[in-house]
Design a protein around this ligand. Structure first.
Ligand SMILES: Cc1cc2nc3c(=O)[nH]c(=O)nc-3n(C[C@H](O)[C@H](O)[C@H](O)COP(=O)(O)OP(=O)(O)OC[C@H]3O[C@@H](n4cnc5c(N)ncnc54)[C@H](O)[C@@H]3O)c2cc1C
Ligand code: FES
Length: 274
């Protein structure tokens, strides 16, 4: 179970895996995630399933190497196994015939959008993807997403591919010229907060997939608590997608940095091989 079948590097710090996991592949829907544990003493971290093949019993995953556990996960080689994978978890993404849809992501979060984009296309939507990155070298799944969407808009900070600037600026420009019915964003909380405000300004239904800290993924620990429209919600059970303009992003950003010092120390020890 959970054997790494294929692995490739997508960009510096971004690794793509195909994992054999027939039980999860049978049930998973676009937008759902799993909680992964790499080894016996390891912490549990959430990972979205980028795509799945029910017949082959495989799951695709894009891992952004941001700290100790994601680096350990990315170091696994074909033939090795992920110790535990709990899922599918979370509520599947809203797949309806919305009309004109814009999805917006940055670098590795394109992975989490991929199967959702495919499903939105299958449901008859016209889908545009706005993909942001530091430079062209950090674009993730550009060809794969480009092959599925009606329009791919790339925005790089240094202008090395597509338009120069941030993805949110490209969204602002797009909305000046196009009528949009639905926006879905997966990225940093800061980016999603801005996208939520832009969506609200134009009166467009806008969802954000929240990267709250998760431990058990089953509503027991409270780690992923978020405030949405003034009410307490658990991102693992009630999300991860919520109406972006109703999320208290300032609180989420504070909660996401609760363990910054521990994460820094864990990374230092990991880099020293301790
Ligand atoms: C629903 C969901 C789906 C996700 N899907 C993906 C994905 O497909 N690919 C991917 O690369 N990343 C994904 N993430 C983010 C990923 O879980 C974190 O990057 C990872 O947990 C970082 O752990 P670390 O030990 O490598 O880094 P650390 O050094 O421990 O932490 C770095 C940062 O990652 C975040 N983080 C740390 N621990 C957790 C945790 N237990 N839960 C959530 N965030 C955490 C915090 O913001 C932290 O500041 C997802 C997060 C959520 C909530
Ligand atoms: S991760 Fe524990 S309640 Fe959501």
């Amino acid at each position: 179970m959970h054997e790494i079948f294929k692995k490739r590097s997508l960009a510096p710090g971004y690794t793509f895996f195909v994992i054999k996991s027939p039980r999860i592949a049978k049930k998973i829907e676009p937008g759902q995630f799993v909680i992964v544990r790499v080894h016996e003493k390891g912490e549990r971290i959430p990972m979205t399933i980028s795509d799945f093949d029910r017949e082959k019993g495989t799951l695709n995953m894009v891992v952004s190497q941001v700290g100790k556990t994601s680096r350990l996960l990315a170091s696994l080689e074909p033939g090795e196994r992920i110790l535990n994978m709990l899922g599918p978890l979370g509520i599947p993404s809203d797949i309806e015939s919305f009309g004109n849809v814009v999805t917006i992501c940055r670098q590795g979060t394109a992975g989490a959008l991929y199967s959702i984009i495919k499903a939105l296309k299958k449901a008859g939507n016209r889908v545009t993807c706005i993909m942001g990155a530091k430079s062209r070298d950090y674009l993730v799944l550009e060809n794969e997403i480009g092959a599925v969407v009606d329009e791919l808009i790339i925005a790089t900070d240094d202008g090395s591919r597509g338009v120069k600037g941030y993805a949110v600026s490209a969204l602002r420009e797009y909305l000046k010229k196009n009528q949009v019915d639905y926006i879905l964003t997966i990225g940093s909380s800061k980016m999603m907060k801005t996208v939520g405000k832009i969506g609200k300004k134009y009166g467009i239904k806008t969802k954000a997939s929240l990267g709250a800290i998760m431990l058990d993924g089953t509503g027991m620990c409270g780690a992923c608590r978020v405030t949405v429209k003034g009410n307490t919600r658990f991102a693992c059970m009630d999300g991860p997608e919520f109406d972006a303009d109703e999320v208290n992003f300032n609180e989420l950003i504070r909660r996401q940095s609760f363990f910054k010092e521990e994460e820094r120390l864990a990374m230092e020890l990991f880099e020293e091989g301790i």
